[in-house]
Ligand binder design. Structure first.
Ligand code: UDP
Length: 482
């Protein structure tokens, strides 16, 4: 496993975002937790540390705040070959009820899974002491529960995936059941389970050993920190996503050392090495409807492009659709999904095609990638998230925090994030006309959109910042230690 360095974050940085009651609650809660964690190492294991995936976004600040409290918190990510990454991607999407991946979960896959995780466990087991706590994230790490428990740790498994099997397609339900059957034996060793959404609890969990804890966003991270509109436009233009010259030096806060070179050269390129994979940059003066996502069929990017094209007449003439995701590695499942989206757009009538823009943003430098996403979310007129399933949409919370009005699928955890008509709009993920109407209403009535954006910001402040999240995780750790 690899250790990821995380700088301590003082809670005092969070307090300006909280009202007095929340700040009090946080101080009291962490004081109690400090005693609980005294003398223990708090390990967090994620499948990857690459930008563009939810767990990475939430883990970094939580580990940072724990370190800021003086807890010995450490973040590890797996060392895994490409075949393992493909296998864990399959587990992840099958749990979501995705029927797109027709691969296998047989003995060969189990050997690969166990072999990879055994060598990762070996690499860290010697550093784990009796009573340490390990939080494993997502299906890729579940197989570490037994060896790390044997090393003396209390093991919590946190799953960011899931699907409501009561409403999923029957083939999807079968896939989900197969994925859970594959994981079941590893999870028997977990002392506690955390999921993001009530309806997406794994089938085998005991209610008393499982907590529902939605993630949070870090308001001061490069992804969410305030950018004024000049900064946001400069970054979005320098990345090549929007047309026009950056009004002033983009990234003035990132000093020298060539850190923006990869982005600058990708912005200037065409084809697979470029940022813009379709449609070129969004033209000046357009009102942009943006979705930011990983390239995963469950995010519904292809269906979104088609819904946009089929309902062009319901949208103002200057409405453009922008799809943004991280640049995928070649030959990966994400690269295939991106190709599928580009191909689907190429088949659309020219009138729609010329108003759809697809951007793949380099992701090696997490900070730069995050700033580009931040800028895109800010300069957009509407942010949409048309996921088919979603345990929690970080991208929804990120846009709401930025006061950009949101139109999202009313599925899974998104239903707890957005109150329809109050701080955003919820639509059926299979109803393109309803989606276009909800977007058009926001574009045509900017005052209403601004009001919704302001309410959304307050909703996130109340429910989806790290104070609530941190306290709930600390409660779950206390329950796991009982
Ligand atoms: N993201 C990013 N760069 C990209 C695309 C996505 O940093 O090019 C981030 C996005 O801003 C969000 C996370 O990846 O913070 C995705 O989390 P979400 O909960 O929306 O979906 P998940 O990937 O966990 O299914």
């Amino acid at each position: 496993m690899r250790t990821i360095d995380v700088a301590p974050l003082p809670l005092s940085e969070l307090e300006p975002h909280l009202d007095e009651i929340a700040a009090h609650r946080l101080r009291d809660g962490v004081a109690a937790a400090q005693a609980l964690l005294e003398g223990r190492v708090l390990w967090t294991v994620t499948p990857t540390d690459q930008a563009g995936a939810g767990p990475v976004e939430t883990v970094a600040p939580l580990v940072g705040y724990a370190r800021g409290l003086g807890v010995d918190a450490r973040w590890l990510c797996l060392d895994a070959p490409a075949e393992f990454i493909a296998l864990s991607g399959r587990l992840h999407s099958w749990i979501h009820g995705d029927i797109g991946d027709r691969g296998r979960l047989g003995d060969k896959e189990r050997d690969l899974y166990e072999h990879t995780l055994a060598s990762n466990a070996e690499n860290v087991a010697g550093d784990i002491c009796e009573g340490d706590i390990v939080i494993l994230h997502d299906p890729a790490t579940a197989g570490l529960a037994r060896p790390l428990k044997a090393a003396g740790a209390v093991v919590v498994w946190r799953c960011h995936a899931g699907a409501d099997l009561a409403t999923a397609d029957p083939e999807g339900v079968e896939d989900a059941q197969r994925a859970w059957a594959f994981l079941d034996r590893y999870l028997e060793d977990a002392d506690y389970v955390i999921v993001s959404c009530e309806e997406y609890r794994p089938p085998f969990t005991e209610p008393e050993a499982c907590a529902v804890i939605p993630p949070s966003i870090n308001p001061d991270s490069p992804k969410n920190r305030v950018l004024d509109m000049d900064e946001a436009w400069s970054i979005a233009r320098l990345a090549g996503i929007f047309d026009g010259e950056p009004p002033f030096d983009a990234f003035p806060f990132i000093r020298g050392d060539g850190r923006t070179d990869a982005l600058r050269s990708a912005a200037a390129e065409n084809g697979e090495s470029g940022v813009m994979r379709a449609g070129g940059p969004v033209p000046l003066g357009a009102r942009t409807i943006t979705q930011v996502s990983r390239w995963d069929r469950l995010k519904g990017m292809r269906e979104l492009a088609i819904a946009f094209a089929e309902n062009l007449g319901a949208l103002p003439d200057d409405a453009h659709l922008l799809l943004v995701g991280p640049r995928p590695g070649s030959g990966t499942a994400a690269a295939r999904v991106l190709d599928e989206v580009v191909e689907a757009v190429e088949l659309l009538p020219a009138a729609a095609r010329s108003r759809i823009h697809i951007a793949a943003v380099p992701a090696q430098d997490r900070e730069i990638n995050a700033l580009v996403v931040n800028a895109a979310q800010r300069v957009s007129s509407v942010v949409t998230q048309r996921s088919i399933v979603e345990a929690f949409g970080l991208t929804v919370a990120e846009a709401m925090w930025k006061k950009t009005p949101v139109v999202a699928s009313g599925v899974g955890g998104i239903r707890t994030q957005v109150t329809d008509g109050v701080d955003g709009a919820l639509v059926d993920p299979h109803d393109g006309a309803a989606w276009a109407q909800a977007v058009a209403d926001l574009l045509l009535f900017p005052e209403r959109a601004a009001e919704m954006g302001a309410t959304a910001h307050e909703s996130v402040r109340r429910s989806f910042l790290p104070d609530r999240h941190l306290l709930q995780v600390l409660d779950a750790l206390a329950a796991a230690l009982e």
